[in-house]
Design a protein. Structure first.
Length: 279
């Protein structure tokens, strides 16, 4: 039986019941994180926890325990669930259970975290995926990892219905990110990705990859680029905790570069895999 970590400690997943008057359910008034686990070991946990506390501050939610305590609890959760293979930790914190009124209630935040198995998408990492482009209609504070994911869900579903893996979003032709990943292009051996402004999630894999590129003297710039730059790029790839460094070989029915996984993308996959202890 799966174990879930809550405000009350570890409980069996079946024993976890949520009231219908709950801020996350009724307002999406909460934040979350997804931490990658490889062979039972969390990857970039510090970065994820730092972002969680930044998201909490941005929505004026006080997390009722400190980061180090949370880290220890999450490591214990992995043990409780005997997660020794590839997987993830999902955690969320909402403003709590209270009568449905917009003003902040006077109550404790609700917290839970669980683990799950998640295999690496090895085939897609090797051969690449197709994407579509879509207008980014989300709110302006996409750097907050908020529970409000309806625009992301709708865009991802539309991509699926068009035979693609993901939708790459743009605000008035400036590419921001995808529904659940950051987007990079390669042009003339330079890697380009949207700057870490309020308009994108500051992805832990994104930031790590920029660092790894710099350490390996690969030119990388954080700059705005357009949908036409995206379509004309030599290579395009997505990054996230679930998909790692995922090549995009076709967008809106048009081949990217040669239509095959590019040399730069392969080098970055290699750097990622070494950093994550996968090689
Ligand atoms: C909208 C969005 N952008 C980017 C990312 C990548 O973030 P990370 O690299 O921290 O997994 C995610 C991850 O879920 C996301 O939902």
């Amino acid at each position: 039986m799966a174990v879930v970590l809550t405000n009350q400690g570890f409980v069996a997943s079946e024993a976890l019941h949520y009231p219908y008057q709950e801020r996350g359910l009724q307002f999406g008034d909460g934040i979350y994180e997804v931490i990658r686990v490889y062979q039972g070991r969390p990857y970039l946990m510090t970065e994820h926890l730092d972002r969680l506390y930044r998201s909490a501050e941005a929505i004026k939610l006080t997390i009722p325990f400190d980061k180090e305590h949370l880290r220890q609890q999450l490591l214990a959760l992995i043990n409780e669930n005997r997660l020794t293979e590839d997987g993830l930790i999902y955690l969320q914190i909402t403003r709590g259970s209270a009568k449905r009124l917009h003003l902040f209630p006077d109550c404790e935040p609700n917290f839970f975290a669980y683990t799950d198995k998640l295999a690496r998408p090895l085939e897609q990492i090797k051969t690449g995926i197709k994407a579509i482009t879509k207008q980014d209609i989300r709110w302006h504070y996409c750097y907050i990892k908020s529970l409000n994911l309806l625009p992301n869900v709708l865009a991802k579903q539309e991509a699926f219905e068009q035979g693609a893996f993901d939708a790459i979003l743009h605000r008035d032709q400036i590419v921001t990110e995808s529904t659940a990943a950051n987007v990079f292009i390669v042009k003339d051996d330079v890697i380009i990705t949207h700057p870490a402004t309020e308009r994108i999630l500051h992805g832990c894999v994104r930031n790590r990859l920029i660092l790894l590129a710099k350490l390996n003297e690969i030119p990388v710039v954080e700059a705005y680029y357009s949908v036409s730059d995206l379509l004309e790029a030599n290579e395009v790839f997505l990054t996230s905790s679930g998909i790692e460094v995922l090549p995009v070989v076709e967008i809106d029915g048009k081949k990217i570069g040669t239509g095959k996984v590019g040399v730069m993308t392969k080098s970055l996959q290699d750097l990622y895999q070494r950093d994550a202890g996968l090689k």
